[in-house]
Write a protein that binds this ligand. Structure first.
Ligand code: IMO
Ligand code: MG
Length: 428
């Protein structure tokens, strides 16, 4: 039995979906543990190309059970649409279950987020406007509504009335907008309840039994460590923990059960939304990487900022997550570059620093210090072993491993499952 967590190690969009789709072949369970439909996990496999927002990327295997964990916030409308889309493309979703403890995204979460982001003007976070932040606020404020509440409509109405009373004050009195209707939301969520109820379960029991039976479990991260509310570029981040610690909390699995903590890094890096990324490439090389890698939001279509690999941020990521190994993705996107830069330290107020500052004000001033490596200028997509890679690509990977302090168990050189160099099997 092995429990492996796939963790976004940068600012999200590292290619977690592809890796989970590949690794899930041997997993009995795949569990999403954080975020909500702010995620966009692109999967290309023999069934076609898919972008998953809530449903775990293990859904394509008939023997894998997929779970939306307690740490996820669920928009029932997105979930039902995703189920429909998968079903219409021939993918069976009968093995999908939702934790009774997962919180629900409500219409007022989306509305309030939009009003808040508009009010922030040029200080906006640049969120995905899916209501993610406000749903987690309610979870912590103890005014949230959980998937399990859908199973008791009287209780659902009580909880909704309590929450909406307060939200409508914010909507009308602070923002001067019309109040939302209790009856309308209640009726809508009763309809969702009828459709989703059979999938709502006590997940802790399911996973405990799986562990007992010594079955493989894969925990699928969303977002990336640099969007974490504690260790990311606060306040420019998301509202749940995408980290290894978040995986245990959001799936209900003890930390002592994690065998592998896999940090997924792009061979370069990207970010969407507002907030600093010190190694952003603002010239034609950045634009070229964006076009070659089609680095646009998989749901929103927003262009992603592209940057050189930041080993300062990566070291923090490795330290606070405790990666047992790393996964390097999108190596092939760099195939045409004559030379590559890696940021090894920052210059801050005339001093060289080797740590990732907590403060955005400091991070905004950080100038990356680069080391330059020659590009390999050869295709890598056909490589299936580390030795198949051009010598200069091997050198680049080795340098990343050295700087992060962790070896790469998997290297992705293309979109498909088979476009992967497996140096160490995760589930044996
Ligand atoms: P995956 O799982 C990249 C970013 C948003 C914004 C910030 C806060 O595909 O890697 P939110 O809507 O979460 O409150 O927005 O976080 N963000 C992501 N960026 N990949 C993601 O998910 C993201 N999920 C949220 O762009 O900057
Ligand atoms: Mg994504």
């Amino acid at each position: 039995m092995t429990v492996a967590a796939v963790i976004g190690a940068q600012w999200g969009d590292e290619g977690k979906g592809k890796m989970v789709d590949m690794l899930a072949e041997k997993a009995k369970y795949v569990v999403r543990f954080s975020g909500g439909d702010n995620a966009g996990h692109t999967v290309v496999n023999p069934h076609g190309e898919f972008v998953l927002q809530l449903i775990p990327s293990g859904i394509f295997y008939p023997t894998t059970t997929c779970i939306i964990g307690n740490g996820v916030v669920v928009n029932p409308a997105t979930l039902l649409k995703e189920i429909d889309t998968l079903n219409s493309r021939g993918i069976d979703t009968s093995r999908l279950f939702i934790s009774d403890r997962a919180h629900l995204i409500m219409p007022y979460h989306m509305l309030i987020e939009k009003l808040e982001e508009e009010a922030l003007g040029d200080k906006a976070i640049g969120t995905t406007l899916k209501g993610i932040g406000p749903a987690y606020v309610d979870k912590v404020a103890r005014t949230g509504i959980r998937a399990g509440d859908l199973l008791d409509k009287k209780y659902l109405k009580e909880r909704l009335a309590l929450a909406l009373n307060n939200k409508n004050k914010i909507i009308t009195k602070i923002y001067g907008k019309p109040a939302l209707s209790l009856e309308e939301i209640y009726t809508q969520y009763c309809r969702y309840a009828d459709q989703i109820a059979p999938k709502i379960r006590d997940i802790t029991a399911m996973l405990a039994e799986a562990i007992e039976r010594k079955e493989h479990i894969l925990l699928e991260g969303a977002q990336g460590m640099l969007l974490d509310p504690d260790f990311g570029t606060y306040p420019f981040g998301t509202s749940s923990s995408p980290m290894a610690g978040g995986a245990c909390l959001g799936a209900g699995i003890s930390p002592n059960k994690l065998d592998h903590i896999l940090g997924v890094f792009k061979a370069f890096q990207t970010r969407v939304g507002a907030g600093p990324m010190p190694t952003e490439i603002n010239d034609e090389t950045g634009a070229m990487i964006r076009e070659r890698g089609h680095e646009y939001g998989s749901i929103s279509g927003r262009p992603r900022d592209c940057g050189w690999f930041d080993a300062v941020a990566a070291r923090l990521s490795a330290r606070v997550n405790g990666f047992t190994s790393i996964i390097i993705t999108r190596l092939d996107i760099l195939d045409v570059l004559p030379s590559l830069k890696i940021c090894t330290a920052y210059k801050l107020d005339g001093k060289t620093i080797d740590y990732f500052p907590a403060s955005i004000a400091a991070l905004d001033k950080c100038q990356p210090i680069y080391e330059e490596l020659p590009g390999w200028e050869k295709p890598t997509s056909n490589a299936r072993t580390f030795k198949d890679l051009p010598a200069k690509a091997q050198k680049y990977i080795k340098r990343l491993e050295e700087l992060i302090g962790c070896t790469a168990s998997l290297i992705s050189v293309g979109k498909r499952r088979e476009d992967t160099i497996v140096r160490k099997a995760i589930f044996s």
